[in-house]
Design a protein around this ligand. Sequence first.
Ligand code: ADP
Ligand code: ADP
Length: 221
Amino acid sequence: PPAITLNNVSKVYSNGTVALKDLNLTIAEGEFVSLLGPSGCGKSTVLRLMAGLGKMTSGHLSLEGHSDRKLAFVFQEAALMPWATVQENIYLPLKLSGLTKRAAAAAVAEAIELVDLQGFEQCHSRELSGGMKMRVSIARALVTHPEILLMDEPFGALDEMTRSKLNSDLLELWNRMKWTVVFVTHNIYEAVYLSNRVVVMAARPGRVVSEVTIDEPYPRT
Ligand code: ADP
Ligand code: ADP
């Protein structure tokens, strides 16, 4: 079943920039979809609309059977609280959740394990490398048990080695957890390596120009 459906979605920013024009896109439950395209083609705009950040100008967007809580966002900037520990950063989204202390601690511990941060719980996030910060950012998204993970160039600021390691870890994680993932990138190798489906967008005027479904997993060494 579809998790996210966009019908003829257009977005014109208040300065007149047409970011999206009549975009049609359906993302199935459990699918890992990459949005690929040059800078400025509207990828982030699509993701922000999916996340409910900002209004579309026209069209229709539906998240099938999912409440807001089931959605998490990971940005290129890890955006951590630098003087808080790894554990405190990951706990943040649970603060208002009404979970008991014990349940929250268990969820944080689980998220830390998922992204391989055991042993770093008490480190201050400002002491971490870029790759480690991104692991914290992913754990902070996962701690709420989202069904849909929206990722906007999450590894774009990292060096190739770190990026490649995070890509394989993310793929392994997705194979276990089977979330619906929408992953924005302008890196074609990353898109092909990670996704079930690559959706290619063109710069003008912000619409899907091609889609490639990947039936066989990308060979891994
Ligand atoms: P991408 O993520 O593919 O780089 P964006 O969705 O960020 O593309 O941007 C699509 C277009 O909309 C670009 O031309 C960009 O400059 C413009 N844009 C993005 N955000 C805003 C904004 N807040 N106000 C005005 N124009 C914007
Ligand atoms: P905003 O008001 O922009 O939605 P918040 O104040 O909720 O941001 O959170 C600040 C930053 O913390 C966000 O930019 C985001 O990077 C991160 N963040 C908070 N909650 C989550 C979450 N559940 N998943 C991923 N990142 C989150």
